[in-house]
Design a protein around this ligand. Structure first.
Ligand code: GLU
Length: 356
């Protein structure tokens, strides 16, 4: 039995009902699927949204949902245990234990912390426990939050080396138009490339209480497929949704095929997980050396730079036309940038981002 691994993310509109409380029936259906998949040899990690919405249904007393960050963070602290209690009950009916893992962007930025989080998820798997992940909403500052769990789920997929990412939501998948505006909208079953047309399709369609919308799902799918992870956007409330999504049932959900060259976990981490601390603008010669000859970036190739990065920080690398072409870890400090002309970003620490 081969072990395949999937991260399944369930959005706020799917986890909660109209009153904002946890929609237990949805959780039970997902737990059923997860347990059936585990019996087939799948490792499953769940990423759940819904803490803020569930929290407000508890303390809001019917008032309009607040919008300021501090109150929302406090409300998430109320909702997170409600959410976990519901997941625990749903899996408990099937005699499976769950564990809560709350992650913040910084956990992905520091390599040591990143490996530590991976170790914890591995250990939970070893214990036969289903990890239930959410963003650590209660403490992360607004500026350094993910804000949406789609991106978090893509990073978790990369973290655990998942083969699949399934984003369960309140639509049938990615549609050719917003169905509320254009009733003739149809499902796009497969996506092999991220082009301008596709981004237009996604528009900025948002559902009521979730913070993601289709644009953030596409961003997550792009990130995941770059890391070699097959991604499916599928309807959360369909029966056996997760099993259909993974079984490639025709006409069910939108499947994004991974790029053939899988980025190593470390390169995917550099490309998508670490926040950039500066920008290097390079000349045409350096750009060719990077893009066509797989070389390292030398200091002489850098025309200008911005930011106060230090050695080991991630930076974006822009070509002469100002477009971001790569991301990498610098080996120099901004303060002493012009001393010497050796390697500025080594090719082992560099990810080309143009070939999408
Ligand atoms: N972490 C948020 C919550 O649990 C949800 C973020 C999202 O909607 O993607 O309420």
């Amino acid at each position: 039995m081969t072990t395949r691994s999937v991260v399944v993310k369930v959005g706020t509109t799917s986890v909660t009902d109209e009153s904002g409380g946890v929609d237990y029936a949805v959780l039970v259906n997902i737990a059923d699927d997860v347990v059936a998949l585990r019996a087939q040899g799948w490792n499953v990690v769940v990423v759940t949204s819904g803490a803020i919405t569930a929290g407000w249904s508890e303390v809001g007393k019917g008032r309009a949902r607040p919008t300021d960050a501090v109150t929302l963070q406090a409300v998430s602290a109320v909702g997170q245990p409600l959410l976990m209690q519901a997941w625990r009950n749903a899996f408990g009916e099937l005699s499976v234990a769950v564990g809560q893992v709350l992650l913040a962007p910084l956990d992905f930025s520091h390599r040591g912390q990143y490996l530590h989080a991976r170790g914890t998820l591995e250990a939970l798997k070893g214990l036969g426990v289903v990890a239930i992940v959410n963003e650590n909403d209660a403490v992360a500052d607004e500026e350094i939050r993910f804000g949406d769990n789609d991106r978090l789920a893509a990073l978790v997929a990369n973290l655990v080396g998942a083969s699949h990412l399934v984003l369960l939501t309140d639509t049938d998948g990615l549609l050719t138009a917003d169905p509320r505006i254009d009733p003739s909208a149809t499902l796009i079953e497969e996506v092999t490339a991220f082009d301008v047309e596709l981004l237009k399709v996604a528009g900025s369609a948002r559902s009521g209480v979730g913070s993601g919308g289709m644009a953030s799902k596409l961003a997550a799918a792009r990130m995941a497929t770059w890391s070699g992870v097959t991604t499916v956007i599928a309807p959360a409330r369909a029966s056996e949704s997760l099993r259909h999504a993974l079984g490639e049932t025709p006409g069910f959900g939108t499947t994004f095929h991974p790029r053939s060259e899988r980025l190593s976990a470390r390169k995917a981490w550099i490309a998508f997980a670490v926040a950039s601390r500066g920008t290097l603008r390079i000349n045409q010669g350096a750009r060719e050396a990077l893009e066509h000859h797989g070389r390292s970036l030398l200091r002489v190739g850098v025309e200008s730079f911005e930011g106060s990065f230090i050695e080991g920080d991630a930076v974006e690398i822009k070509g002469p036309d100002g477009q971001v072409i790569a991301k990498g870890l610098v080996r120099v400090n901004a303060e002493s940038f012009h001393e010497g002309d050796d390697v500025c970003v080594h090719r082992d620490d560099l990810v080309l981002l143009r070939r999408v």
